[in-house]
Ligand binder design. Structure first.
Ligand code: F6R
Length: 618
């Protein structure tokens, strides 16, 4: 976690500070417990850092303005080692303030290095793991007089995951970065260059970027970018163009990013479907650069993901198994990695991730590839690690998701994995061409249906306000409604800090029914009464059981489903949608409910406590 930004330009100005602060604002989703900047100009190095959100750092800079500079670093922290205090905030300095460093990741051997440095007389000013890197860099810089050479020496001593950026007081035209198992991208400008944890750091200034590989050191000056491997040899970084608009990462009139991103969902689905079907209605996934013969031979699909992305995988399991007749397992990436999963050359692993940087998912991808499996990444963030380390990437085009809790990425992940399922069905002949076309037509109708759900926002807000004091809420769903229930409960926990649990509705009678008591609120995702009417009848029985015990069933049901009205305390209607596609509309009221309830409680829905958007530690 933690967000980092770096800048160097050829003019002495406030731009390094402006870029650092602007970048930190956009990267705050990665961590927000402290923030700091380092600037280098003719007067040397200036470091300012504060515990708390960026406003505190800005207030400090307002009181004591920083001098103009050529280069700058910025850091927004998600604490791992050491509490969020001013002293533990980054940048950390070494060598009596000659070098400054910012870090994302965890240095696993920091204790050994700390002891070694302390024995040689170094005094530490913080409890962080990062400070050891600052002192090592200072010593190496003293010896080499070259920041790149010094960084190469430092990375050779470090174990763990890290992105490091560094500046030195007498090198105002240079910023050096290094990455191992943590993200770092380069932004290319004219007479200036940028570094960032992701492209959001510099999207305001350039759309031209370079994706760094694993174990690389990058040196930027105003006119040059040079990349070396950790072995000191020249290395290649892949150029790409960012297709996000800078405006996509601003609130655009909404009170919060969460609110905006919930409203972005029709667009997120539409863009994810765009350009993937030819005039004859055949699906083309050009990015899927895996030999079709291999895809025909696949005998098992394993989805690896965490949190909300894993729930998107659970939804996809129902559809892909139905369309392709291939068994699909969905496994939390951290569980997959540390047991002994049965995967081999005929296994297709699908790694679902918004950020492309979740360390648990990265490790699962590496493990799967080591076992000979092919990996497809379903990913939202270009230039991130997981698509680079996978055999193929299928991008969701949800645009930047800034609110820490995921909404539009979830919907786009479902849409993208459905495209993957339909593509495999088309390839393997388990669906006829007209069946694939029919599902694609239904998928294209989803954005308009989500718009209709958004029209119920005011009613859901009133419902949420009326429940602001509730201590616990249960969520039930059956079939594809089950992962929707899990996601609804996760959103409520994350945003409103209310205990919530999702269950498969059929499981109610096997235990959770003991929790049903008068006044208990239970959200129920009801399947369509059309088509698989057995599912519908069974969920209706569950609602009757809830009602009989005095609990309040709040029901998400299809318009025209008159049977639910008599049983439920509240019904939120959603447009009729085929069963397998229903999660794309049914989850929306649950997202709005969690967001509105948290807002009613006065909570920060964009940056809930203790969370970080990109979980880059295991
Ligand atoms: C929940 C949420 C998390 C993420 C999870 C995986 O709202 O956002 O559960 O879904 O941390 O993150 P990515 O998708 O970036 O791999």
């Amino acid at each position: 976690m933690c967000g980092i930004v770096g800048y160097v330009g050829n003019a002495l100005s406030t731009k390094p500070l402006d870029v650092a602060l602007g970048g930190l604002r956009r990267l705050q989703y990665r961590g927000y417990d402290s923030a700091g900047i380092a600037l280098v100009g003719p007067t040397g190095l200036t470091v300012v850092k504060r515990a708390g959100k960026i406003d505190r750092l800005e207030a400090a800079l307002f009181e004591n303005p920083a001098p103009p500079a050529y280069a700058g670093l910025g850091h927004t922290r998600w604490a791992t080692h050491g509490r969020p205090t001013d002293a533990n905030a980054h940048p950390h300095v070494g060598g009596k303030g000659r070098v400054a460093i910012v870090h994302n990741g965890i240095l696993e051997n920091h204790l050994v290095l700390r002891e070694e440095l302390a024995a040689s007389g170094v005094a530490f000013g913080s409890q962080t793991d990062t400070e050891v890197a600052a002192h090592l860099l200072a010593a190496a810089y003293e010896e080499t007089g070259d920041l790149t050479a010094a960084m190469l020496r430092v990375v050779a001593r470090l174990e763990g995951a890290f992105t490091l950026l560094a500046v030195a007081d007498d090198a105002p035209s240079t910023v050096v970065g290094a990455r191992r198992s943590s993200p770092l991208v380069v932004g290319l400008g004219a007479g200036e260059n940028f570094l960032g944890s992701d492209v959001a750091a510099f999207i305001e200034h350039t759309h031209d970027a370079l994706e760094l590989g694993e174990d690389q050191v990058v040196t930027i000056t105003p006119e040059t970018v040079s990349v070396l491997g950790f072995d000191g040899r020249p290395a290649i970084a892949r150029p790409f163009t960012v297709d996000w608009d800078a405006n996509a990462a601003v609130k655009g009139g909404f009170s919060t990013f969460m609110n905006k991103e919930i409203h972005d969902q029709p667009d997120a689905v539409a863009k994810t479907l765009l350009g993937r079907v030819d005039a004859a209605g055949r699906l083309h996934l050009d990015e899927l650069r895996i030999d079709e013969r291999l895809l025909r031979r696949v005998d098992k699909i394993v989805v690896v993901a965490c949190g909300t992305a894993a729930y998107a995988g659970l939804v996809a399991k129902y559809a892909i198994e139905h369309w392709c007749r291939i068994p699909v397992e969905v496994e939390l990436a951290h569980e997959f990695r540390y047991r002994d999963p049965v995967v081999g050359e005929k296994t297709l692993v699908v790694a679902i991730t918004q950020s492309g940087e979740t360390m648990d998912t990265i490790q699962a991808v590496r493990h799967a590839r080591d076992q000979g499996a092919k990996v497809v990444a379903v990913v939202n963030t270009m230039g991130s690690t997981i698509p680079r380390e996978s055999d193929a990437a299928l991008y969701t085009h949800a645009g930047p998701e800034v609110a820490v809790a995921s909404t539009k990425a979830f919907i786009a992940q479902i849409a993208a994995t459905y495209l993957l399922g339909l593509y495999l069905a088309q390839l393997r002949g388990t669906l006829f061409a007209d069946e694939v076309r029919a599902v694609l037509t239904e998928l294209r109708a989803i954005p308009a249906k989500i718009e209709r759900v958004l029209e119920s926002e005011e009613r859901i807000r009133e419902l949420a306000i009326s429940m602001a004091d509730v201590g616990s809420i249960l969520y039930l769903g059956r079939h594809v409604g089950y992962p929707v229930a899990l996601e609804g409960a996760l959103k409520l926990k994350e945003l409103a800090y209310i205990h919530a649990e999702g269950f498969a509705a059929g499981e109610l009678k096997h235990g959770p029914i003991a929790l049903i008591e008068p006044g208990r609120v239970v959200f129920v995702v009801v399947p369509s009464p059309r088509g698989r009417d057995q599912l519908h009848a069974k969920v209706l029985s569950n609602i009757a059981e809830i009602k009989a015990r005095g609990a309040r069933a709040v029901v998400i049901a299809e318009e025209g489903d008159d049977d639910v009205a008599s049983l439920a305390a509240e019904v939120i209607f959603v447009p009729p949608t085929p069963t397998l596609l229903a999660p794309l509309v049914a989850v929306v009221p649950l997202q709005i409910f969690a967001c509105e309830l948290a807002t009613a409680k006065g909570l920060d829905v964009d940056q809930p406590r203790n969370l970080a958007k990109s979980v880059t530690v295991e």
